[in-house]
Design a protein around this ligand. Structure first.
Ligand SMILES: *Cc1c(COP(=O)(O)O)cnc(C)c1O
Length: 434
């Protein structure tokens, strides 16, 4: 596998350390109550969210995305790979999440809201039983303006925290690597957010953000690598998906397994979602992470058990990928250790294929995504081709016709049309790497 990694070939790894849900939950410090606490907090903010973000009025201030069956692209993928793909394939459209158009609208926004709530309660201007619509009043904005929120980000986390933080009245400083997409920097600046650009990659940007926040009580650093709040914000997705599947009469049980494919950068987003999903579906769900061949950091950390003490750069790999949301060379240690017990495996995808799938998604389903969001698409083909042992270990051979597969489409709706068109044309010129 390390040879495949070094040659930048696609591969899939099945995690030998995974435990049953029962055993795993005994060793994990976070539990169902923590997720419920986050879900309740998000509910308290619904009157505020629907007031200040009109696009959430119809969902009464709930920030959630639809789930869509994608039959046409499933057929196309079967043709491209020459495989028969048993089961149904869905897309969880986090690309359509209101406010910031990516999975970061879950964790990033949640952590900012929690910080705002903590300050407002401490200052005695908010009570848990109030209607939170009042957070839009000047009194609150003036209070929050005394505080600065800092974050290091490859892009989408900065967008979520910048948009939410600025709306509440906080000063927000987003540290970004120089390679982060120009349009994301411009959008943030247009909201009054300070964007600090750094040479070198994202890890360095995070480090500088953390340092500049350390000594100041009015500075709050959102730590993408270690934050439990971010993680729990993402985890609420589990219950939400469970409700959506029930509404669609999609059964998940021993005879109807659920496979979910989550694009992974530093790990908090997919880790939090996977944690929430495992809490809801236990041993009937199989979660896989998807990483670019250039940025397979979570694979590396889990495979070697070295977690955040190892990086793809240690193997001479540059961490250069078109999937900017996944361009992370060193994984979160906190998430990796938790995932040791819960994650079924990790597979990698080349940049060529991400572009190829992006174009296919537009052609077959008329859905436009950013490159990162496509990493989940080939999961179904990887499992059915290379997962024979895994499938038999869980006795799933007779049930694969009944399986539900979900690609978690993590972002795309904020991408400017001009860049979508460029990405589409890039994919049109490419053949699939097999
Ligand atoms: C951030 C991001 C991810 C991965 O989340 P991590 O917490 O970095 O693992 C996936 N897709 C998109 C579009 C993202 O922005």
């Amino acid at each position: 596998l390390i040879a495949d990694l070094e040659e930048e070939k696609e591969f899939i790894w099945f995690n030998p350390k995974i435990l049953s849900q029962n055993d795993a939950s005994k060793s994990i410090s976070l539990n169902h109550q923590d997720i419920q606490d986050a879900a309740d907090r998000l509910d308290r903010f619904r009157p505020y969210i629907s007031k200040v973000f009109p696009q959430t009025v119809r969902s009464y201030g709930q920030i959630e995305s639809p789930i869509i069956e994608i039959k046409q692209i499933k057929n196309a993928l079967a043709n491209l790979t020459g495989q028969k793909l048993a089961g149904r394939l869905f897309m969880k459209a986090d690309s359509e999440l209101p406010i910031s158009g990516s999975i970061k609208a879950r964790g990033g926004i949640y952590e900012v809201l929690k910080f705002a709530e903590t300050i407002a309660i401490r200052e005695g201007i908010l009570d848990l039983n109030d209607s939170y619509a009042k957070l839009d009043d000047d009194e609150f904005k003036k209070t929050f303006a005394r505080y600065t929120i800092l974050v290091g980000s490859t892009g989408n986390l900065g967008l979520s925290i910048g948009i939410m933080g600025a709306q509440l009245g906080f000063k927000v400083v987003v540290h970004m690597s120089a390679e982060a997409k120009q349009w994301k920097k411009e959008l943030l600046r247009s909201k009054g957010v300070s964007v600090v650009e750094h040479e070198g990659d994202y890890g360095k940007a995070v480090e500088e953000g953390r340092n500049s926040a350390a000594a100041d009580e009015y500075s709050y650093f959102i730590d993408d690598e270690n934050s439990k709040d971010l993680f729990l914000g993402y985890s609420v997705a589990g219950q939400r998906l469970k409700t959506q599947l029930e509404e669609k009469n999609i059964i998940v049980d021993k005879e109807h397994p659920l496979f979910v494919y989550l694009p992974c950068g530093v790990g908090g987003g997919p880790g939090g979602v996977a944690f929430g999903l495992k809490e809801c579906f236990g041993d009937n769900i199989h979660c896989f992470f998807a990483e670019p061949t250039q940025s397979a950091c979570m694979f590396l950390g889990m495979y070697t058990s070295l977690h955040d003490s190892i990086s793809v750069q240690d193997f001479g790999i540059a961490n250069k990928t078109c999937a900017d949301g996944l361009a992370v060379g060193r994984p979160s240690g906190f998430v990796g250790q938790l995932m040791d017990l819960l994650l079924s495996g990790v597979y990698t995808v080349t940049d060529n294929n991400l572009y190829r799938y992006l174009t296919l998604m537009k052609d077959k389903e008329d859905i436009e995504l950013e490159p990162s969001a496509l990493a989940g698409l080939p999961g179904i083909a990887h499992i059915l081709k290379n997962g024979v042992n895994y499938i038999s270990k869980y006795g799933l051979e007779p049930h694969m016709e009944n399986a539900t597969h979900i690609m978690w489409a993590t972002g795309g709706s904020m991408v400017p049309q001009e860049i979508r068109d460029q990405d589409y044309l890039t994919g049109q010129r490419l053949d699939l790497d097999q």
